[in-house]
Write a protein that binds this ligand. Structure first.
Ligand code: PEP
Length: 254
């Protein structure tokens, strides 16, 4: 059975105080379940604080972005080595906000993906279509091109140590959610595409859904065959909501 992952993307939210309170609730409420990974991705300046606060709890730590460069004159950037130094096991790559607001291209994302896997940091590769593309019937083509851009550069072997998050752009932060059937259709298509490169890898790769997942809709989304967890934005900032989603995911492991 594939791993189930519940990942929180805190985006650019929080303060030392709010993060202490959120982590206090999460460490008190999180339960260790075989095959279930709980991950939080704080803003970069707070990664060290969260590393301290998580202590020995079964909460893994990730970043929301990273440079593909190792070190040097890259003002405002941080490296995979630095993330590892702070205890990060994962990094979100190619989030739609990075693509649309900061001009990240498929090629940039592919470079970061290769660098992350080679540094032993697990990339959470985000892909997804805009509303315009969905309405034009281009969803599978768009998502498949985003996967191909990374697959062609990184090779299928690197996907053995990766996670994909399907995040329809129109569902991120909007309160709109893909229906379980819409999400399952895309997840299955991604898995079928990867299977053409390596069936074993495709069968093992966790594919998360992201886009306004919350305590109310997690059960029906996570019940789908090819949905292996969630990448959660807004609802990950509320301990109760996030822990409820973790509990739903834990049920799925039974
Ligand atoms: C995200 O930022 O990856 C996300 C899915 O956000 P939200 O859950 O708020 O839609």
């Amino acid at each position: 059975m594939r791993k189930t992952i519940v990942a929180g993307n805190w985006k650019m939210n929080g303060s030392s105080e709010s993060i202490k309170s959120l982590m206090g609730a999460l460490t008190a409420g999180v339960v260790a379940v075989d095959g279930l990974e709980t991950l939080v991705c704080p803003p970069a300046p707070y990664i060290g604080l969260v590393a301290d606060l998580k202590g020995e709890s079964p909460i893994a730590l990730g970043a929301q972005n990273v440079s593909a460069q190792e070190s040097g004159a890259f003002t405002g950037e941080w490296s995979l080595g630095m993330l590892q130094d702070l205890g990060c096991s994962h990094v979100i790559l190619g989030h739609s906000e990075r693509r649309s607001l900061f001009g990240e291209t498929d090629a940039d994302v592919a470079d970061k993906f290769v660098a992350a896997v080679d540094a032993d940091v697990i990339p959470v590769l985000c892909i997804g279509e805009t509303l315009e593309q969905r309405e034009a019937g281009q969803t599978i083509d768009v998502v498949s091109a985003q996967v191909d851009a990374v697959l062609n550069q990184a090779g299928s072997e690197r996907f053995m140590n990766a996670v994909i998050a399907y995040e329809p752009v129109w569902a991120i932060g909007t309160g709109l959610t893909a229906t379980p059937e819409q999400a399952q259709e895309v997840h299955a298509a991604i898995r079928a595409q990867l299977a053409q490169a390596d069936a074993d890898m495709a069968a093992k790769l966790p594919i998360l859904y992201g886009g306004s997942m919350n305590a109310g809709n997690a059960a029906e989304l996570l019940a789908q065959n090819d949905i292996d967890g969630g990448l959660i934005g807004g609802a990950s900032l509320k301990a109760d909501e996030f822990l409820t989603i973790c509990a739903v995911a834990a049920e799925r492991r039974k």
